[in-house]
Design a protein around this ligand. Structure first.
Ligand SMILES: [Fe+2]
Ligand SMILES: [Fe+2]
Length: 248
């Protein structure tokens, strides 16, 4: 990934990302990933390194993508209420994050190369999902391209409000179920198909790919970017999503 593209993901300079990510890396390592931290005792006050397995890593990537879906859902709601209040740059940043982190990395470099081929070959109920999941990746990329084209201007054009709202809602509907099927059926089937030793080796391989793509820890950079987008939209207070009490 070239520097310009990576800056689009992180929203900060590569040097700045390096400082940020190095601070975070001391607390994060995958199982089987031979990092320098593994052989060291944590310094006083330092947090014990957490093991992140390959399936867990894929699922926490889904966590970032689900947070983009929340931005899409909130954007759709605001478009219906008052389209002129919707800042197009936050939507553009969210769609760009989904493209760089979700499509170009999570889908194209991990799921389509390692997960789906192994699941397709293995006997079991998960096999039947693979073709649909691939078709949904392709449809998602079409929708992301559309979101990026519509959100380029400072404001959403009035004739784009209705089709954009529908595109956002249908994307959220599709990808919520897509990620849930992967989490509950496809990733467990993949884990069973590859076995423990290979899973550790693949965890290390995934880490190498992440470094090739992002230069450092892509997850931490994506998480920071996501938090900035949520904050810009006033969505960073988890408590605001607590449901009201039901009727008595
Ligand atoms: Fe997927
Ligand atoms: Fe996925």
């Amino acid at each position: 990934m070239d520097i310009k593209r990576r800056q689009l993901l992180t929203g900060i300079s590569v040097a700045g990302a390096g400082v940020l990510l190095n601070a975070c890396r001391n607390t994060q390592t995958r199982s089987g990933g031979a990092t320098n931290n593994e052989s060291k005792e944590p310094a006083p006050g330092e947090v014990e390194p957490i093991e992140v397995t390959a399936p867990e890593d894929l699922m926490r990537e889904h966590g970032i993508l689900r947070r983009v879906l929340l931005v899409y859902q909130e954007t759709a709601t605001r478009l219906r209420q008052d389209a002129s209040s919707v800042p197009s740059d936050a939507l553009e940043k969210a769609a760009k994050l989904f493209q760089v982190f979700g499509e170009d990395y999570h889908e194209k470099k991990l799921e389509e190369v390692f997960i789906f081929p192994a699941v397709k070959k293995a006997p079991g109920a998960a096999t039947r999902y693979v073709d649909v999941l691939l078709a949904q990746h392709a449809r998602g990329r079409e929708i992301t391209d559309y979101l990026l084209s519509v959100s380029q201007a400072d404001r959403i054009a009035s004739n784009s409000v209705e089709p954009l709202t529908k595109a956002l809602e249908s994307f959220v509907r599709m990808y919520e179920y897509h990620a849930a099927i992967e989490d509950t059926v496809v990733f467990p089937a993949w884990k069973a198909a590859v076995g423990g030793n290979e899973l550790d080796a693949l965890g290390e391989k995934f880490e190498e790919i992440e470094h090739e793509q992002f230069g450092d820890d892509g997850f931490e950079a994506a998480l920071k970017r996501m938090e900035e987008i949520e904050e810009s939209l006033g969505l960073s207070n988890l408590d605001m999503f607590t449901a009201p009490a039901p009727p008595k």
